[in-house]
Ligand binder design. Sequence first.
Ligand SMILES: NC(=O)c1ccc[n+]([C@@H]2O[C@H](COP(=O)([O-])OP(=O)(O)OC[C@H]3O[C@@H](n4cnc5c(N)ncnc54)[C@H](OP(=O)(O)O)[C@@H]3O)[C@@H](O)[C@H]2O)c1
Length: 303
Amino acid sequence: MAAADRRVALITGASAGIGRAVAIELARAGLAVVLAGRHRERNAAAAREVRAAGGHEDVHTIDLDLASLASVRAAAAAFLALGRPLHVLIANAGLAGVRGLTEDGFELTFAVNHLGHYLLTRALLDRLRASSPARIVVVASRAHYRARRLDFDAVRRPARPPGLAAYRASKLANVLFAAELARRLQGTGVDAYAVHPGVIASEIWREIPWPVRPAITRFMRSVEEGARPVVHVALAADAGVPSGAYVEAEGPRAPSTLATDPALAAELWRRSAIWTEADARPVAGAAAGGRAQEEVPTRGVGT
Ligand SMILES: NC(=O)c1ccc[n+]([C@@H]2O[C@H](COP(=O)([O-])OP(=O)(O)OC[C@H]3O[C@@H](n4cnc5c(N)ncnc54)[C@H](OP(=O)(O)O)[C@@H]3O)[C@@H](O)[C@H]2O)c1
């Protein structure tokens, strides 16, 4: 298939776990795949795997550290500079159980799991609209049910470990973001969904000390199983649910009461726009200085 005929997917956090499994399935389905990640070597290694398993060479990588708004802007510009359409955006990258503040002054989990994805998506919205029909899949979590509130002050200070409160809040933000995207994109041919992949034995549990980690992960599902609902929602001719829905492996499910509050979703959008200066500083394609690493396969050398 000629590159121009392929549908194109961009996946964040495809160097490992569910994201890598999703990338492989999308490549197998014939899509061109762009892997966006923060560790160039891990990203390149994953791209080699995706090429080998996907059966074609239209696989590329882009540098993206979601903990840095500057990096997110550069990554969006790098994607736009590829000159390709965008049919599927998978906002997958995520972390849990960490403590820290980003260089921009945001709680690390919230910054990576929500805010970076917010800015990336905003910067790519025109390309998605121009490529419609297109879908945005935000990899959320059942953990959002346990978020008791979205504390907009807490996102400006480091989380208190070892609890998962920051993770739960970030996953609530994921579900709210998908719903708000769906509302704002109505009639554009771009749909948005939040998907819970299942409880999956991935690297996300790395902060849990040995021997607890292997003891719990052995009862979890594989990353391939985790990829399944994400790929289904991304590719199925009929996603089977309206845009904005929250979907689990077993099917669509009503999200938490908080996650269905349109006022909260609108407020999260408004604040995210201010925090990221998304309205004031649109990413201007290649002019924004992003650099795509075109992963031209060279028989295993340096890709
Ligand atoms: N595993 C589960 O049981 C489970 C359940 C519900 C939802 N989820 C969601 O599924 C998604 C994928 O998680 P996973 O389980 O596959 O975890 P994982 O194996 O730890 O993979 C996470 C991915 O995110 C990337 N990432 C982390 N921080 C990043 C940053 N600052 N910038 C760019 N990329 C970054 C990682 O890249 P590096 O290689 O650079 O670390 C990696 O590729 C997450 O959104 C998670 O919340 C997982």
